[in-house]
Ligand binder design. Structure first.
Ligand code: NFS
Length: 640
């Protein structure tokens, strides 16, 4: 068996993997040790878009081939390596944008029907944000019923998806200078769905064969995600379920208990998990659990971004991030894992067969072979469905095999819930909410800059290690970290989402964190909530003193352990919004130089942002990020 301390840093994961070895279970960690990634596909130079191929155009670098010889290689149709790399990249962007945007569509759909009063278990919660969004959407509010405003907001959001002409609404939130750049480049999406279809079309055999143009249309698609679908997902979830405010939370598998029915929700969309939160608090359900021998009642935890959604709004504990989904099953004490969409491993179903765990799929678009039960979740029957799922899990409690149970006790406190609105209130105060105090601290150098650390875990590298070491290195150098997704959960487990973590900070950042009473790493939510980071960056620009565009800010983005296509879309919309973005663990086009050079260098001339890549050294990552921040400070004339 492998030495798991080489592949994970957190004790429950390491212990879970050892248990898997002892008892003969297999996880993604195991598979990553026995399977190698395809070296040609990984670098972006395998073309499989037509039936004359697949054409493996370029072998991995380092084979005995001169750059000239490499350049001569083409696919059977003559497609050049850079066209192929760009097309593959663009398709990743499209898949990621589709996932985020369809999530947003689902939220908008639920929102509209809730607004109409058709969903008894859903009510509009955040009225001030409803008014703010209505204003952004040009919907009149004066003298109108809340219900009518909400219906209009829901309709307008849904209409954005199929809009064929003009511009998506939210681009006007961006700094004016940014909008000009997008206009000039022709990358403002008309609607949200159309650019996804366009990318699928233009990457079909025999369509777009100019690398830069392929990337341009991929950029438009990514903007339809970040400033479109993802932003709608965030805004409408906030209005419907509440905008996050700072709240205490806990993270790690210690949220599961020996004497409770343990249920974990996993995936991304909050619609069902919001109602499950209510169901597990129902006294009848708790009494029922006790009647089945679970003397402690019911424990609810979460994994991945569904978890982040209910953590931010209700303080529901996080069981773990992406690579803990199988480890949670291996505890032997999980009655049900309720999954919706995205980042759910098919390996779960096989693994669950070794235990009593019920895998429950709930999305109309996501079934799993071997799952215990499937619900095509319909919001009209919200609480009824949630209760049926919880009741099933309770009935499953007596099936728990005590001999197989080992629950970790680790649980780490954290402070979460930093929506961009909340950050503004915390810094500026209720009556003059503003980012100006942050700007002042950036100008005076107490805060050197801002870094978004986001994205997944990847079984190819030591789990959580890159996130945590990078964050520590950055806060040590006075860089304030904004975090979302599985990265935020990794930082939480490491104790970096607590005000006490200011002990890892440089003197300047420590002072700011202690004065305001915030952690040096701010958990801003799930991956669609990267749109909050865009809004925060825009607010920093608006509140003055740091240039007039996002690209002027000493701000960077990093996904050190990314694995999903969504991460590529996020990266691209940050680059297109003027941000330097660093990826770890491979880059989609890295085996091909022309497209990679464009993304890493030339694209900066257009957008002021660019890509970069460091395989797996968090200190090298930090070095490059800080160099980038310092260069921006210098350009602003605020370097010390
Ligand atoms: Ni983001 Fe969230 Fe996690 Fe990666 Fe998956 S859960 S949407 S994709 S793995 S951070």
């Amino acid at each position: 068996p492998a030495d798991w301390t080489q592949y994970a840093i957190d004790t429950p994961t390491i212990e879970g993997l050892k248990k898997a070895d002892r008892e003969g279970y297999t996880t993604a960690f195991h598979r990553a040790r026995t399977m190698t990634a395809c070296p040609i596909g990984k670098g972006g130079t395998c073309c499989k878009i037509c039936n004359m191929g697949p054409c493996r155009v370029l072998p991995p670098k380092g084979k005995d081939e001169t750059p000239e010889e490499r350049k001569k290689r083409t696919g059977l149709c003559g497609a050049t390596p850079e066209t192929i790399a760009a097309r593959n990249f663009a398709r990743m962007v499209a898949a990621g944008a589709a996932a985020h945007s369809d999530h947003g569509r689902h939220v908008a759909h639920t929102f509209l029907h809730a607004a109409k009063g058709e969903l008894p278990d859903y009510q509009i919660k955040d009225i001030p944000k409803l008014f703010a969004i209505a204003m952004d959407y040009d919907i009149p509010t004066e003298g109108r019923e809340i219900k009518d405003i909400a219906i209009d907001v829901g309709k307008r959001a849904l209409q954005q998806y199929g809009q064929q002409d003009g511009e998506i609404l939210n681009v006007k939130r961006a700094p004016l200078k940014r909008q000009e750049i997008w206009k000039q480049e022709g990358v403002i999406p008309a609607g949200i769905d159309r650019p996804v279809v366009e990318v699928m079309h233009m990457t079909h055999m025999g369509v777009n064969q100019e690398m830069e143009h392929i990337i341009r249309l991929a950029t438009k698609c990514s903007l339809a995600d970040g400033w479109g679908g993802s932003m709608i997902a965030t805004d409408l979830s906030d209005i419907l379920y509440g905008t996050p405010v700072p709240i205490l939370g806990k993270v790690n598998l210690g949220c599961m208990k020996e004497d409770t029915v343990n249920i974990i929700v996993h995936g991304h969309e909050p619609s069902l998990s919001e109602i499950i939160v209510q169901a597990v608090q129902d006294p009848e359900m708790i009494a029922y659990a006790k009647s089945k021998g679970a003397t402690g009642g019911i424990s609810l935890g979460g994994i991945c971004c569904t978890s982040n959604e209910i953590l931010m709004r209700h303080g529901i504990p996080v069981a773990g991030n992406y690579l803990q989904q199988e480890i949670a099953v291996i505890t032997g004490a999980l009655e049900a894992i309720v999954v919706d969409v995205q980042c759910v491993m098919q390996g779960l179903a096989e693994l669950a067969k070794c235990f009593h765990t019920q895998v429950v799929t709930t999305s109309p678009i996501a079934k799993m072979q071997g799952a215990y039960k499937h619900y095509s979740y319909d919001e009209r029957y919200g609480l009824e469905t949630a209760k049926a799922i919880v009741k099933d899990a309770i009935d499953n409690f007596p099936n728990r095999d005590k001999n197989k149970v080992s629950i970790p006790t680790e649980q780490q406190d954290m402070v979460v819930g930093f929506s961009h609105e909340t950050i503004s209130y915390m810094l500026g105060g209720m009556f003059r909410a503003s980012y100006r105090p942050l700007n002042d601290n950036i100008i005076n150098g107490r805060v050197r800059g801002l870094a978004g650390i986001v994205g997944c875990g990847n079984a190819r590298v030591k789990n959580d290690y890159l996130h945590v070491e990078l964050a520590k290195e950055l806060i040590k150098n006075d860089v304030l970290v904004l975090t979302t997704g599985c990265s935020a959960i990794a930082l939480g487990k490491a104790g970096l989402l607590t005000p006490e973590a200011s002990k890892y900070c440089g003197a300047g950042l420590a002072e700011v964190c202690e004065t305001v009473g915030i952690p040096p790493c701010l958990h801003m939510g799930s991956c669609v909530d990267n749109s909050r980071i865009l809004m925060a960056a825009t607010a920093v620009v608006r509140d003055g003193g740091l240039g007039d565009d996002i690209s002027d800010l000493p701000a960077v983005g990093c996904a050190p352990e990314w694995m999903s296509e969504k991460a590529v879309s996020i990266g691209q919309y940050f680059v297109a919004s003027g941000v330097y973005v660093l990826f770890g663990v491979g880059f989609p086009t890295i085996n091909e130089d022309v497209c990679t050079n464009y993304l890493f260098k030339d694209i900066e001339k257009t957008y002021g942002g660019r890509w970069d890549f460091v395989e797996k050294d968090p200190y090298e990552m930090a070095k490059r990020i800080i160099a980038q921040i310092d260069a921006k400070r210098k350009a602003l004339g605020i370097d010390k």
